[in-house]
Structure formats: C-alpha cells, structure tokens
Design a protein around this ligand. Structure first.
Ligand SMILES: *Cc1c(COP(=O)(O)O)cnc(C)c1O
Length: 382
C-alpha cells in the first residue's frame, strides 16, 4: 500500500457498512438489470421475480422460494401459512431485531421470550424445552449476526413436542450448520434483503424458503391478495409481493455472494487475530457452524466507552441490540421484569459491533482494531 492511501485510511470515516463501495464494484451489472425492468415496464410480478426465486432456492439448497416485500413480511406470512394465530404461543429470543417478535404479535399470537446461549448468542435449546406449554405452536430461532443457531437440538426439541420451526435467517444468507445452508434447515425460513444485509436489495425485499410445498403454496397465495387468478380471491391475503426491480437487483448480486461471504470470513479472522490478548470477549464459533459475519460482535465491560471513543474517531461502531425485546416499551404488556433473561441482558449491556463489509480491506480493519486496543489501554491506565 502506498503511503498516501494509508494516510487517507488513517483519518477517513469508517462506516459500519459501506453500500457505495459495493455498488461501485458491480454498477454495470446492476444498472443493466434495472434498465431491463424499466424498458419492459413489468414492475409487478415481472419474470425477474420467478427467476430470482429459482436462483435463490437453488443457492440455499431448498425446494421452494417465494419472494415477498421484506423480511418482516416473510416472517408474518410464514406464521400465517402455518395457521398460527390468537391463543397460540411462539417461542423466540429477545436478543434480536424487533420484527422477529412483532410478526408473532401481528398474527394475534403471543411471543414467549427465552434466553440465549452465552457463547453463540443464539436461542438456547434447553431454555426452549423449558418454556414449552400447552399453547406453544412454533419456535423461531434467529441466526443472529450470521451465526446459525443449533438447529440439530432445536429441531429435535421441536419434533418431540410437535412444534413448527421457523428460521429467522435475515442476517445469515449462506451460513451453514453442519454443512447445510440456512433456508433449508427447518419447516420454513425467512430472509431479509434490506440493503445492509449480506445480500441486500436497493429497497425493501425479502423471501420465504421452505422444503414444504404446502407452505410455499400458502405463502404464494397470501402475498398476492389470496388470489390464484386475477379476479378471484380464494381468501383474504396481503400486498406483500417482491418488487420486480428489487428481484432484478438481487439476481444481479447473487453471483457475488460467495465472494462477499469469503471476504467477510477473512476479515473476521483478521479481527480475531488482531484483538486476541485484549480485554474483550471475541466471537465464539460453535462446532458445526460456519457463520457469515453479518456483524462482528465483541463484548466488553467498557462497551459505552469503546463505542463513544470509536464514534469520536469516526469509526461506525454500533450496538445490536442495546435493549432486549422483553424490556422494550412496546412489550411492557407482557410483564417481563429486568432479570428475566440474564444472559440476554448481560450481552445487551456489553456487546458492540465493529465495522465489517466485504470491501473494507485490511488497512481499515487494522485501524479499527488498533483504535479498540488503545481505548482499552487508556481505560486501564485511568
Ligand atoms: C432485518 C431483520 C428482520 C426484518 O427484515 P426487514 O427486511 O427489515 O423487514 C427480521 N429479523 C432480523 C433478525 C433482522 O435482522
């Protein structure tokens, strides 16, 4: 690297994710795909939607993919396809983005929050077993930060109790559990293509994948106003279709996902090497898991000092997530008290996400790692 570049990196802002760098690298392919839709004017359910669905199902190694309007729509339609509604309980984690639980509420069911594994930060299978009651119908493990949940044990517990399993794979495109990709590890899986996700559209988009033809068929019906033909509505559905322009963007980007995932894995390894020996808890990779590092999350007792210090140096550190769902004002009516989920609460109080995106490069990463190290040393010195 030249001195000039290295000097630029030593002062420029480093965002948590940089969507501009990625677009610059694939501009020709994306622009051509978008132009094709504009020229065809088939903005609703154009052929690009089915083409992407087929490509993404193949990619995940699962029989069916149904494109929908967002990750949130994917979760809601998966729950509705399973006929989960009022009077039902769905077990999930509180350490996640709120859409995981909001959609359970949206269908009229009740979320039951359980604790996470202290190392993997994903749903604790023992906590799942302990929370099952007569109204429990399903469980939603979240592959948080791109780390697949322990699907072997979760599926075993679910099977023993007749529960449906819904993967929240919004952060885990291409992650594998025991060699198999997310999206095909349970009854049904939900993906988000929110722009900052590992595979991101240029607007809202999502997908439901499933090995089950019955679920795929119901999601297809529900996403498009319950209709099989133009003027006949078999049931009351929703306007949750995948936009044609977004499908075109996603198909243009999908061929790069393996390369981007490999870059994320290399960068995560470099963070782990660079931060080893410092007073922080580094990510733990469970045996059987091959994560895709949607986020690189460390823990520190000095979390707030670190986030402030990094942000002051224009390094985009974030917190995912500072206030767990069971303690959110939106869920006050469920009556959870602080202390109800001790592992979740401890992680929420100490976690921080460091910048990580495929185009980041080693020089930026080392600047972040050095900034973390020196902030920790300053603190020890005080
Ligand atoms: C992003 C996300 C969602 C929601 O996806 P949208 O496309 O934003 O609706 C759901 N669950 C998790 C874990 C997410 O990260």
């Amino acid at each position: 690297m030249t001195a000039a570049i290295s000097k630029a990196i030593s002062t420029e802002p480093i965002p948590l994710v940089d969507l501009k760098a990625q677009y610059a690298a694939i501009r020709a392919q994306v622009d051509a795909a978008v132009q094709q839709v504009l020229d065809s004017t088939q903005f609703i359910m154009g052929p690009q939607v089915a083409a992407f669905e087929e490509a993404f199902a193949d990619y995940c190694g699962v029989a069916h993919c149904v494109g929908v309007g967002s990750g949130t729509a994917a979760l809601e339609l998966a729950l509705r396809a399973l006929k989960i509604g009022p009077g039902d309980e769905v077990i999930t984690v509180a350490h996640t983005f709120i859409a995981t639980a909001e959609t359970i509420s949206a269908v009229g069911a009740t979320p039951v929050f359980v604790d996470i594994d202290p190392q993997a930060y994903t749903l604790d299978p023992d906590a799942l077993a302990a929370a099952i009651g007569p109204a429990t119908r399903a469980v939603i493990p979240v592959h948080l930060y791109g780390q697949p949940a322990d699907m072997t044990r979760i599926n075993a517990v679910a099977k023993a109790h007749g529960l449906a399993v819904i993967e929240d794979a919004a952060q885990a495109h291409a992650a594998t559990w025991q060699g198999r990709r997310t999206g095909g590890l349970a009854d049904v899986a939900c993906f988000s293509f929110y722009p900052g996700k590992n595979l991101g559209a240029y607007g809202d988009a999502g997908a439901v994948t499933t090995p089950r033809a019955d679920i795929a068929e119901r999601v297809r019906l529900l996403r498009n106003h319950g209709r099989r033909s133009k003027y006949v509505h078999d049931e009351r559905g929703f306007g949750h279709r995948l936009d044609t322009l977004q499908a075109a963007v996603l198909s243009a980007k999908l061929p790069y996902l393996d390369e981007w995932t490999a870059a994320r894995r290399r960068l995560a390894r470099r963070y782990t090497e660079a931060l080893a020996g410092h007073e922080v808890t580094l990510p733990h990779v469970a045996p059987g898991a091959d994560p895709v590092w949607h986020l690189y999350v460390i823990r520190s007792a000095a979390r707030d000092v670190l986030v402030d210090g990094l942000n002051r140096q224009r390094i985009g550190a974030g917190v995912h997530y500072p206030l767990p769902l069971h303690l959110q004002p939106a869920y006050a009516d469920l009556g959870y008290k602080p202390g109800a989920l001790p592992v979740t609460e401890a992680v929420a109080a100490s976690c921080l996400s460091l910048p990580l995106y495929p185009e980041m490069g080693e020089a930026r990463l080392l600047r972040v790692a050095e900034a973390v190290a020196s902030l920790l040393e300053e603190r020890v010195g005080v």
